[in-house]
Design a binder for this molecule. Sequence first.
Ligand SMILES: NC(=O)c1ccc[n+]([C@@H]2O[C@H](COP(=O)([O-])OP(=O)(O)OC[C@H]3O[C@@H](n4cnc5c(N)ncnc54)[C@H](OP(=O)(O)O)[C@@H]3O)[C@@H](O)[C@H]2O)c1
Length: 384
Amino acid sequence: MAAKNIVILGSTGSIGISTLKVIERYPARFRVFALSAYNNVQLLEKQIHTFRPRYAVVSDRGMEYFRGRSLNGTKLLHVDHDLEDIVARRSVSHVVIGMRGSAALGPFLSAVNNGKTVAPANKEALVIAGELIMRQARRHNAVIVPVDSEQSAIFQCLQGQNRPELKKIYLTASGGTLRTVARQRFDKLSVAEILNHPRWKMGKKITVDSATLMNKGFEIIEALRLFDLTVEQVEVVIHPEAIIHSMVEYVDGSIIAQLGVTDMRIPIQYALTYPQRLDAGLKPLNFARLKSLNFEKPDYRKFPALSLAVAVARQGGTLPSVLNAADEEAVEAFLNKQIKLTDIYRSVEKVVARHRVRAKPNLNQILEADVWAREETRKVISEL
Ligand SMILES: NC(=O)c1ccc[n+]([C@@H]2O[C@H](COP(=O)([O-])OP(=O)(O)OC[C@H]3O[C@@H](n4cnc5c(N)ncnc54)[C@H](OP(=O)(O)O)[C@@H]3O)[C@@H](O)[C@H]2O)c1
């Protein structure tokens, strides 16, 4: 069997690093065709020397850093104009989208337009342009095997079932850093405390979104697009142990769940080997030590971002693009200590309310809404 040629967008991030661990375990099955990174040039340099990709796609900083350095034959390309081309190359079979933000939309679309198997961890592209992505995927016979653990769980629970018999899905949420913290105390916690997620080790942006539950809101929209569901068919359940990664209920009342240890290598490897499964080399779940699994209803008053995302999902059009862009800007301002944690929701909600929604937008209108929302959020933040 020939090795699969893999492109990893965002190889220096949390998802990218886990993907390389999966690949390292099965060198005969996978070959790294290209890696892309942004600021972390030192780590990228190590990855280039270990995995010897044909291409490394870098920002201006990378271009400068690698000038005159030996790259063992790896060719340098630029993230601003080469990502769409590199994922479309004929020899590429799988594209892992581990870069964060809406910048992933261009390469995501290019990968589906060229019939690749796409493994998206990135949720922003699906939130803002999921309908377009799924339409193009169907048109070009591209396969999308989600990596985001909840979406991977749903995808796995759908295998071998009759789709019309699906009743609803349950998206589980560990509840993030603030589950047991009173809302009055939210702004007293430091950025470092917010970033200390109890279950998952992830990038900073998604960890903050997990604390505010905006991440779960994004996942609702992501699931609607990936699995063609209505808002009424999606229920969020708080499950602090994060052992059940999500569930699907069928019309006869049976519920199929996917369980596992909290390690992103499982959904990443599944996306790369689907429909096959391989030993991931991880410790199995120990039910005797677990003893119990707990469930709660989400507190919509304490975490208003969740209700906001549901309202945005109902309205659709350009609004998810606005929600995503406003949140990206506000979370960055929070991480830079310019605003308080509760100001994230305050600013995002204002920007969403001010937007004049376009129904059934094309790609340009989605991107225009993104630009508008970023400017508007910066304005709102400066007036806080
Ligand atoms: N981490 C998880 O467990 C997890 C789980 C589910 C879903 N996700 C989703 O997966 C995506 C990545 O998450 P993460 O936690 O891995 O994030 P992360 O650790 O912050 O990594 C982000 C990656 O994207 C690169 N990057 C940043 N800005 C870029 C840009 N403008 N253009 C190209 N590349 C850029 C970064 O490069 P540098 O580091 O070189 O700057 C890095 O490689 C997010 O959309 C997140 O919501 C993550």
